[in-house]
Design a binder for this molecule. Structure first.
Ligand SMILES: Cc1cc2nc3c(=O)[nH]c(=O)nc-3n(C[C@H](O)[C@H](O)[C@H](O)COP(=O)(O)O)c2cc1C
Length: 152
């Protein structure tokens, strides 16, 4: 299966999960590709984000999107990216977010539901979703478990 892992990441946490996902899927003989969302002039609190060149995800059967939570919502760069991309019709999509604060209600749930609804608007069929809390002491196990679920 041809799978794109599309990650927006500012400080690298979400991207590090993307690299683990792509390695895991490639070891399972999937044609998996890691794509990083390009942002010009990125600043953590900026909402007027200018995206760089957008790689086409048309050739992929499945897409996994990953983004950090920003200010109790989805990072503006990922919001803009999902608004700008082509149709996701016929694609299976999984979404995950990373965050620092404990409890899903400190931005995880709202970021994830925004991500899911933007993907549905583009015609995606949603598969797995996940929230990775970076401050959780069992973070590495949570990440491994989520990656195994993604591959099922
Ligand atoms: C400007 C800013 C706002 C943030 N807002 C939240 C938030 O509302 N809730 C939360 O749990 N974490 C928040 N975080 C923490 C990030 O979501 C977390 O560190 C994430 O893993 C960073 O991912 P990245 O390294 O891929 O950019 C915020 C971080 C920044 C820089």
């Amino acid at each position: 299966m041809k799978i794109a892992i599309v990650i927006y990441s500012y400080t690298g946490n979400t991207f590090s999960i993307g690299t683990k996902i792509v390695r895991f899927l490639q070891n399972k003989n999937h044609d998996a590709h890691l794509i990083r969302v390009n942002v010009n002039d990125d600043q953590p609190s900026k909402t007027e984000i200018q995206l760089g060149e957008i790689d086409s995800i048309a050739p992929f059967d499945k897409v996994i999107f990953g983004s950090p939570v920003r200010a109790f919502s989805l990072a503006p760069a990922m919001t803009k990216y999902l608004q700008q991309i082509e149709s996701l019709n016929g694609k299976t999509v999984s979404c995950f977010v990373t965050k620092q604060l404990p409890f899903a209600w400190t931005g995880g749930n709202s970021a994830l539901s925004k991500m899911v609804s933007l993907c549905k608007e583009k015609g995606a069929e949603i598969d797995r979703t996940g929230i990775i809390n970076w401050s959780n002491k069992n973070r590495e196990q949570l990440i491994e478990q989520f990656i195994r679920e993604l591959a099922e």
